[in-house]
Design a protein around this ligand. Structure first.
Ligand SMILES: C[S@@+](CC[C@H](N)C(=O)[O-])C[C@H]1O[C@@H](n2cnc3c(N)ncnc32)[C@H](O)[C@@H]1O
Length: 230
C-alpha cells in the first residue's frame, strides 16, 4: 500500500480544524474569483437533475464547507440568471481526501442546514476517483502542492540529488530542486489526466494553491522560507 500522510484529525488544539487559518484566508481571498469564474464559464444544461461537486483534498473542515457554500451560491445564482423555467437540480457534494484522513470528524461537522447530499470519497486525487464524465464542478484548495511521494533520489546518500536528510529544498542543490520539480510534474499530469476523464463536457475545475512567481527562487517565497526552519 502507498504510504499517505494527512492533517491532524479531531478538534483538539493541534488539529487541522483549529490550525487552518492561513488556508481559510487564502480561500476567502479567492472567493470572488471563484464566483466570477462560475458566472462566466459554467454552462448549465436544461435537463440536469443532479449537479455534482467535488472538493479534492478536503481535510476535516471547516474550510471545505465554506468553499462548497461559495460554489453552491454561485451555481444557484447562475441558475437564476438562466431564467425562471430552469428547474434547480439536486446538489451532490463529494468530499475527497486520502484514506488516512479523519472522515469521521468531517462527517460530524457537516453543516446541518446544508442544501446538498454529502458523500466521502477516500483515495488519492492523483488517480481516478469518479465515473467518466460524471462531475459538473471540481475544486481543490491548498492540496495540489502535496506530492504523491518524496522523490527517491533525494533520500539516497550516493545520489547527486541527495538532500542530506532535510525536508525542504529551499537552500538545496539544483539537482534536489530538479528532483522535486520532476515529481510535481508527473503528479500534476496524473491529476489533470484523471480529471479530464471525470469532468462532464461542460464541467469546470478550479484549483487554488500556493505558487511562486515565474522566474523567482524558492528562497524568495515566504512560505518556503518558513519550511526551511523545519
Ligand atoms: C492543507 S490541507 C487543505 C484542506 C482544505 N482544502 C483547505 O483548504 O483547508 C491539504 C489536504 O490535501 C490532502 N491531500 C494531499 N494529497 C492528497 C492526494 N493525493 N489525494 C487526496 N487528498 C490529498 C491532505 O490529506 C490534506 O487533507
Amino acid at each position: 500500500m502507498v504510504e499517505t500522510v494527512s492533517m491532524n484529525g479531531g478538534n483538539g488544539p493541534n488539529s487541522y480544524t483549529q490550525n487552518s487559518k492561513s488556508q481559510e484566508e487564502g480561500s476567502t481571498r479567492a472567493k470572488a474569483l471563484l464566483a466570477k469564474s462560475i458566472q462566466e464559464n459554467l454552462e448549465i444544461q436544461n435537463n440536469s437533475r443532479v449537479f455534482s461537486i467535488a472538493d479534492l483534498g478536503c481535510s476535516v473542515g471547516p474550510n471545505t464547507f465554506s468553499c462548497v457554500q461559495t460554489i453552491m451560491q454561485a451555481v444557484q445564482l447562475k441558475l437564476k440568471n438562466c431564467g425562471p423555467d430552469l428547474e434547480e437540480p439536486e446538489f451532490h457534494v463529494f468530499f475527497n481526501d486520502n484514506v488516512t484522513n479523519d472522515f469521521n470528524t468531517l462527517f460530524k461537522a457537516l453543516p446541518p442546514e446544508r442544501q446538498y447530499m454529502a458523500a466521502g470519497v477516500p483515495g488519492s486525487f492523483h488517480g481516478r476517483l469518479f465515473p467518466k464524465a460524471s462531475m459538473n464542478f471540481m475544486h481543490s484548495s491548498f492540496a495540489l502542492n502535496w506530492l504523491a511521494k518524496v522523490p527517491k533520489e533525494v533520500t539516497q546518500e550516493y545520489s547527486s540529488a541527495w538532500n542530506k536528510g532535510r525536508v525542504s529544498y529551499v537552500l538545496s542543490s539544483r539537482e534536489v530542486m530538479n528532483a522535486y520539480a520532476a515529481q510535481f510534474s508527473s503528479d500534476i499530469e496524473a491529476f489533470f489526466s484523471a480529471r479530464s476523464m471525470e469532468l462532464a463536457g461542460d464541467g469546470l475545475l478550479v484549483v487554488i494553491m500556493p505558487c511562486r512567481a515565474e522566474g523567482t527562487l524558492p528562497s524568495e517565497s515566504t512560505i518556503l522560507d518558513v519550511l526551511e526552519c523545519l
